[in-house]
Structures are given as structure tokens and as C-alpha cells.
Design a protein around this ligand. Sequence first.
Ligand SMILES: *Cc1c(COP(=O)(O)O)cnc(C)c1O
Length: 425
Amino acid sequence: MSKLAISGGTKAVKDGGIKAWPPIDDIDREMVMASLNGGSHAFGPNCAAFQTEYAAWNGNKYAITTNSGTAALHMGLVACGVGAGDHVLVTAYSWSSSATCILHHNAIPVFVDIDFDTINMDVNKIEAAITPKTKAIIVVHLHGLMVDMDKVLAIARKHNLKVIEDACQAHGALFHNRKAGTFGDCAAFSFNQNKCLCSGEGGMFVTNDEKIRDLAAQVWSFGETRTPLESRDYHAYALGWMYRNNDLTAAFGRAQLTKMDKYFKIQRENGALLNKRLTGLKGLILPYEPEGHAHNWYNYTSRIDMDAIGWKGDPAAMRNAIMNALRAEGVPVGVWQSFILPDMTVFKAKNAYGKGCPWSCNGAGDGVVYDPTQYPAANRHCATHFGMTTPLRAPNGAEAVEMVAEGFQKVFSSIDQLNPDEILK
Ligand SMILES: *Cc1c(COP(=O)(O)O)cnc(C)c1O
């Protein structure tokens, strides 16, 4: 093996070898320019068309386009009847808003540890976390791998709970050949820059239930019952926010949607090739794709097996040293979230609305303790993981994947030469 780049050797990934996400072509330019040249820049015709097209693409009856995935999550909770003081189960490791969306409606997040192998909520720990106040489960299909929805739905039926899918990273991911966002009572997608469908920012709420759609639409647009494309009475029938998408963003999203199936195929091929090249590297735990699941490779997340490499010190220090060595090779790796959710200040300090709310209101949070040490699998993941997104996304293909794989091979075959004290000083 050639000399590591971090020790002065040649980089495995040549400069410019990895192209940025998302690819922009004439379809994007034409559709965004047509919106710009049109007369409707707020919630306009591209928004309505985007909803119809996304619902058709994903296999849902209804879709409402939003200004973020977080907005769609909040809408879903309200539409499922979650309100002040209700408990909602959510994974201990995710993006902050998978759980803060629960606080948005004065409800109480209750965390469930992850299953280390899948990085998703441990479905075998859900039932133990249910309280008499539990109303719903937010399942997050993290990094593009779906949660086992057979198990989740069986528990939800048994305990009469609603299920909201946080599919913000899971566009096109499959469980038993069905797409994310078609299993729960409703689901949220994000179209933020880094997601598998990028419209800059933006999101989509989806459901097959007309009542849930109507309730979500109230939250979405000032508590009104009509959309801006209908004749409105401007009356707030319930508490509403302003979560609508705008026409330019929706035009960009529509343009990208025409290419999604092509992108998804590329991601699957790139993920499979990288798996093949990295299999057997000592100390590297590759992402796991259980039987019946199809990953969308939103984020290719690996973990370091500290025992296998004989490292007895701080796992995060060794992980960071390995990441620095990979980055020196030109491999764009990063820590996705370095805190588990129960370790975030908003939960530990219970400082959401001030004055102890919502936990202190009518005893809503009695018995709910946020102790970060109670989530050993999430903590182990947090300290040992690193992820990678762009090399697996279009327009990158086998050539980029092979370079990245060489970077991994170089670093992991020389791992005993890495000294965190040296590298991180
Ligand atoms: C990105 C993301 C969100 C939030 O989406 P925004 O569009 O940024 O609001 C929620 N949950 C998960 C898992 C995400 O990755």
C-alpha cells in the first residue's frame, strides 16, 4: 500500500474527482426560469403540481408541500391528534427536529434507544417506553434505511398509537418493496440541499387519510380551511402556522423529481460497489441492510470497531484521527450528529418554552427523565461513526467510488500507524 496522504503520500481521490450534489441541468434551469417569468411566486401552480406529482411518485393519496421537513413533521403530529401533555416516542439518535417538533405542540418526547446495527429506533424497546399518555410514535428512517414497519405497526395497533414517519432522509427507500412514507398515518419529507431530493429548502407532507390531510392543511396555512389557490375566508379555524412552500422552490423540486429514479439507481449501484470494495477491512463496520430493506444510501455511515483495532483509549479521538486520515486522502467524511438527542440542552435543561413548559404543565412531564447514559447503543454509535454523502450521489459513479474505496483501503490497512495524539494536536 502506498504512503498515507496524511504522512505526505499521494491522495487517493484526485482533486475535483468528486462532483457536487445535486446535478443541475437544463430541466432545472427551464422550470425555475418559467416560474420566475410567471406571475405567481408565493404558493402557485408549481406548488400544486409538485404535490400531485410527488404523491403519485411516492404512492400517496394526498401531499402538501411545505417550507421544510420540520414543518411537515409538526403538521403530522397535530393532524394525528397529538396535543398538550401527550407523550410521543422517538428515537434517541436523529436530527434535532425529529424530537423538537413534538415540543412545538406542547407534547413530551420520550426517547427509545437505537438498535446499533440499523442505527434506527430499536423496535424491541418501544413497548417498554409506552406510558398511559403515549399517543404516537415518530419513526425516523435514518440515513435512508427504513425501520421495520411490520413491527412498528403491530405495536401501534396493539396500543392504539398513531405512526408518523420521519422520511426526511428516506426518499425512495423501500421496505418489502414499498416506499417510505406509505406505511404510517402520515409522513414528512425534506428537500433541503443535502437530501436525496434537493430544492434548496422545502418539504412535503403525505398521507392517505383525508381527515389527516385536512387537519394538516390547517396547521400549514394560518388555521384556514382553504388553500391559497381556492377562495379563502381568511378565518383561523384552529391554531395555524405559515408552513407553505413557494413557487420557485417547488419548480426546482419538480425538476429534480423528474430525475429521482435515475438518481436512486445510481445511489444503489454506488452503495453496492462501495460495500463490495470495503468488505473485510479490519476495524470497519459497514452499513447494514437487513433482508427486505432497500437502502437509498442517503448517508453511507460506517463505525469503527475499537476492539478489532485494539484501541483502548477514547473512541471518539481514534474515530476523529481516522477521519482526518481519510480526509487527507480526499475522502469527504464527517460526523453527522455528535450528540444523541437526550444529550441536547433543550431536553436536558427542559428549557423549551421557559417556565418549565411543556413538562411542568399539568404534570405532563412527570416521570420523564432525560438521562443520556440510558441509551448505550446510541452513545456507542455516536462516538464511533462517521458518514459520507456526495461520493455516492449522482453525477458520481464507479470512478469516484473506486477512488474513495482506495482511500479507505489505505487508511484501514495502516491503522496501527495512526496516533490520535499526533494527528489531533
Ligand atoms: C433534515 C431532517 C429533518 C428536517 O428537515 P428540514 O427540511 O431541514 O426541516 C428532520 N428529520 C431528519 C431525520 C432530517 O434528516
